[in-house]
Design a protein around this ligand. Structure first.
Ligand code: FMN
Length: 196
């Protein structure tokens, strides 16, 4: 069994059962002994996530596959995602006035793989896309999209946490979502009595 960290002592617990940090404050740049990227990947592969593709670049299109998308607030409408500081997408997202978040549908595994790698082929033949709101690259055949105006870009370890206000959005279809789980793409069965 691989342990990430010792259990918190009772005295480390706050009023609502939250765990307080004991001792010296931790720095976000520290990697605690034994909690490397491999352990992170091994544990987090159980955390099934919907698959998004995030694009930017009103002139030169950039985009990457992302499972870090999180809904933060409905009113005002805020989303967040993280983007690797080493990616070429970050060079565009870092200063982009707007970015486009796409929610992928079942059957878009090829798009997810293409945007999950590195290479110029992302917007080449095989990717159906057009220019949409704010001149952003918009992928076709997705379940919906949300255009964000970034309000914060915060370095977090080897990624940047981007918080964006939703300035435009479109619901396109009610199909099944594409899910990433255990290192692969999987499909959800529709709810009982319904078809996608
Ligand atoms: C399923 C899946 C989810 C991913 N989620 C993220 C993510 O949330 N943030 C991120 O920075 N990279 C994520 N990646 C990796 C990026 O998609 C990949 O590094 C990016 O395409 C790099 O390309 P670029 O250098 O052209 O930007 C994910 C990859 C896959 C396959």
């Amino acid at each position: 069994m691989t342990e990430a960290s010792p259990a918190a002592r009772p005295s480390d617990r706050g009023a609502h059962g939250t765990t307080l940090l004991a001792g010296a404050p931790r720095r976000a740049t520290d990697t605690p002994a034994g909690v490397g990227p491999n352990l992170m990947r091994r544990v987090l592969r159980h955390h099934a996530k919907g698959v998004a593709v995030i694009t930017a670049g009103a002139e030169n299109p950039a985009g990457f596959c992302a499972t870090s998308l999180t809904s933060l607030s409905l009113d005002p409408p805020l989303l967040s995602f993280t983007v690797g500081l080493h990616t070429s997408s970050w060079a565009t997202v870092e200063s982009a006035p707007h970015v486009m978040v796409h929610l992928l549908a079942q059957g878009q595994e090829d798009i997810a793989r293409r945007f999950g790698g590195s290479g110029p082929a992302k917007f080449g033949p095989g990717t159906r896309w057009h220019r949409g709101a704010f001149g952003l690259p918009v992928l076709d055949d997705v379940l919906g999209w949300l255009a964000l105006a970034p309000v914060s870009r915060l370095p977090v370890g080897d990624h940047a946490l981007v918080i964006g206000q939703v300035v435009s959005a479109r619901h396109i279809a009610d199909g099944g979502p594409l899910i990433h789980h255990d290192g692969g793409f999987v499909r959800l069965a529709p709810p009982a009595g319904r078809a996608w």
